[in-house]
Design a binder for this molecule. Structure first.
Ligand SMILES: [Fe+2]
Length: 303
């Protein structure tokens, strides 16, 4: 067991009064995510990516009243329809395109054709467009639900409608896809922004938390500074990996082909290329701005 990390990997475990950690299938890795279960006057599930069997198991033991969706990525909305007759809460910023996978794909991929390909991919693991939510939450709002006082913290660097939560009662921080994994930050959609993402990390890590949960790693009790610092360093690691590929000069296509972000680790090569291109471009923009790179005849050169 890792230092400072709680519990066996597959158990639903009580983290503190009212809050339970629900490990997602596939160890919480995409296309799954970990969730939280809040048990008070209502039973609340945070995110619908823990797995079909697990949602059914929870619902049998404690009927789920409310589903809070933290953002519109497929691993977080995935099995929402198992709870379609309950109260569904989504961010104020989530566009209506979340109801239609082709349109959601267009939002995430930047073109209608690529969006259709994305939709085809996510349908293979059961994702469906999400119905109109019953309630929306917004930045700074405190949701008194499931025995908690959950402050909604918008963290749009990862995605425009991405939210973290801080329970003011137990000082439990959910950082969602500021996920503190070794992969580092993911900003592969057109609307994501590296500098905003960095600021989001700095903001949440300064909160007076007693434990930190993320959507893709096991909870951390106590001081999580080293995990946040490592995650922040990953922005620099990704940027350096791009810069290192520009000596000798390289085109965008050359850099993407070398896969500095994914290390060729994604099975679907169409999606890997699309996400890698977006993430590389975002790094190049910053490197050009800060003078570390120059563009010469369609190639990028380290200065
Ligand atoms: Fe996400």
């Amino acid at each position: 067991m890792e230092n400072g990390i709680l519990m066996e990997r597959n158990e639903i475990s009580r983290l503190c009064e009212h809050i339970f950690f629900v490990p997602g299938e596939n160890r919480g890795r995409f296309p799954a995510c970990h969730g939280l279960l809040l048990k008070g006057n209502e039973t609340v599930l945070v995110d619908a990516g823990v797995g079909e069997a697990r949602i059914a198991e929870i619902d049998r033991a404690d009927r789920i009243d409310v589903l809070i969706v933290t953002h519109s990525h497929p691993d977080h909305i995935r099995h929402w329809y198992l709870l379609e007759d309950r109260v569904i809460m989504m961010p104020r910023e989530t566009p209506d395109s979340v109801a239609d996978l082709d349109r959601l794909g267009e939002r995430f991929m930047g073109s209608a054709d690529a969006g259709k390909e994305w939709a085809r991919y996510v349908r293979t693991f059961g994702v469906r467009g999400v119905r109109k939510p019953d309630r929306r939450y917004s930045d700074g709002e405190v949701l008194e639900l499931g025995g908690c006082r959950l402050e909604a913290i918008r963290a749009p660097g990862h995605l425009t409608d991405h939210y973290c939560f801080f329970d003011r009662t137990t000082r439990t921080l959910l950082t969602t896809d500021i996920d503190l994994t070794s992969f580092g930050p993911w900003y592969g959609n057109p609307e994501a922004d590296i500098e905003t993402f960095r600021d989001d990390v700095k903001r949440v890590m300064s909160m007076p938390y007693e434990r930190v949960c993320s959507s893709h790693r096991m909870p951390i009790t106590g001081d999580a500074s080293e995990y946040f610092e490592k995650f922040l360093e990953s922005f620099s690691r990704q940027s350096r990996a791009v810069l290192d590929l520009c000596d000798p000069p390289a085109s965008l296509e050359d850099i993407v082909a070398a896969s500095p972000i994914y290390g060729n680790g994604l099975a679907d090569k169409f999606l890997q290329k699309a996400f890698e291109t977006t993430m590389v471009k975002k790094n190049i923009e910053i490197l050009l701005r800060d003078g570390s790179l120059e563009e010469r005849h369609g190639r990028y050169v380290r200065t």
